[in-house]
Design a protein around this ligand. Structure first.
Ligand code: ATP
Length: 218
């Protein structure tokens, strides 16, 4: 994956969690916030932490923000600061800008002004949790498009001890099996003669309607 340089602007709960995860994946992360209390905390988990107002273009330039591989704008409640910071990062020529949106309209604005990736952490996490709570078998859920998703679920019992070919998932249920998780092992792109065993989890891809139907099978 390679070691990358990240800057995270706005150290709220999302920004702080993101920094910790990036650092644990081996990346260098600069934390920026205009609140000195946040910076005092961030020095413990970020590679570098700087107290600065991200709306000040001179400050961003002085930080050499242009040289970072990815800059994440995780300023939340202050919509103006979030949008102005994103615009300035774009003008400075940052290679990849990721911005956190509060809602759809805000997200559309961020896309218009040039954010390369807009994230909706609260909404996405709510969708994930709602999906896994609505079914006893769904373990994880990723929306690929408004209609297609990737889901990890416990293999329904009717498929146990049958090969993928015998169960004929694609023709009978309209879904594709991308991987089988067996204990700590993951069999990616399992062959047609792979048998589903008791306790297996399946990583499936399909239309949401088909996934709903499939996840209700016993
Ligand atoms: P979370 O849900 O992730 O906790 P939030 O949506 O509540 O975040 P805020 O706490 O409003 O977000 O903002 C995140 C951080 O952004 C705060 O620590 C705040 O100090 C910082 N921030 C706000 N404006 C600026 C700015 N102009 N420059 C730098 N940091 C800023």
């Amino acid at each position: 994956m390679g070691n990358k340089q990240f800057a995270v602007i706005g150290i709220g709960r999302f920004g702080a969690s993101l920094i910790k995860e990036l650092v644990s994946l081996g990346h260098e992360v600069l934390a920026v916030d205009n609140n000195p209390d946040k910076i005092n905390k961030a020095v413990d988990f970020a590679t570098h932490a700087v107290e600065a107002d991200a709306m000040d273009e001179g400050v961003l330039k002085a930080l050499g923000i242009r040289n970072f591989d990815v800059v994440i704008v995780s300023i939340g409640a202050n919509l103006q600061a979030n949008i102005l910071t994103t615009v300035m990062l774009k003008e400075i020529g940052v290679k990849k800008i990721v911005a956190k949106a509060q809602d759809d309209l805000h997200g559309r604005v961020l896309e218009r002004i040039g954010a390369d990736l807009v994230v909706y952490p609260e909404r996405d996490m709510a969708v994930k949790i709602a999906n896994s709570l609505s079914s006893d078998s769904i373990l994880d859920y990723i929306e690929l498009s408004p209609m297609y998703s990737l889901v990890e679920l416990h293999a329904p019992t009717r498929f146990i001890n049958k090969t993928l070919a015998e169960s004929d998932f694609r023709n009978k249920f309209g879904i594709n099996i991308l991987a089988v998780r067996r204990n700590s092992e993951v069999i990616v792109s399992p062959p047609a003669d792979e048998k589903v065993l008791e306790g297996d989890d399946l990583v499936i891809l399909g239309h949401d309607d088909e996934i709903q139907r499939f996840s209700r099978l016993e």
